[in-house]
Design a protein around this ligand. Sequence first.
Ligand code: IPE
Ligand code: IPE
Ligand code: MG
Length: 245
Amino acid sequence: MNSTLQQPRHVAIIMDGNGRWARQKGKPRAFGHQAGFHNTRDIVEACGRRQLEALTLFAFSSENWRRPAKEVGLLMDLFLRALKSEVGKLNDNKVQIQFIGERSAFSDKLQKQMIHAEELTKNNQGLRLAIAVNYGGRWDIVNATRLIAEQVKRGELQPQDITADTLSGNISLAGLPEPDLFIRTGGEKRISNYLLWHLAYTELYFTDVLWPSFDESELDKALTFFGGRERRYGRTGDQVAEKNA
Ligand code: IPE
Ligand code: IPE
Ligand code: MG
């Protein structure tokens, strides 16, 4: 990769296409999820090597409960096994882990593993890895609104003092820079209720490559795409060029 290109601080990924990847190989969907998990591990490491500050991964959406119970159960098992097997190594690599989403829907065992992973890694100074589980962008905005309403009710905040920063401060990933680059694998060009609030000015990259095949060279293609973007935030190209001169 050309090291002179601008690099994103925060990348957010929708890891889609496990099922189709398996079907192409004549295998059950479970096989695709297993391969997807192995790929996730590789991409997290690759992001660490590229010294990204933050990586947010969509692992299970609030709508994925609509899948057949067998597939949901399998994803939960895989998730629990992955947590048990990976957290030690992530900790060794100084990764700081957090989970975002409505976690009360998960089993006690899984919730305990999540807390354990967060506690163990909370002081790490390396890659900040957020894993979105039972996450929905609308849920996140509703939840932040509720938190803000409670502050108003307690008299800590006046309604006229509520700004976009107030919402950013109460929503998931508060404290992280907003994602600079969004990647969706698997060919669909939609957001699927991912980080609706956070993606306001994120650069969007879509690829047909299915998640288990999205390797380091594909990651570099996305980073190169990002490197060529001019981020104007409403200004003109001339203004941006002047500022960068
Ligand atoms: C993404 O792959 C993984 C999860 C949503 C958990 P899919 O399972 O959605 O794979 P496709 O889209 O059916 O190929
Ligand atoms: C989005 O993928 C959620 C995750 C990757 C976890 P889906 O496969 O669930 O998205 P839709 O249903 O095709 O929009
Ligand atoms: Mg899918």
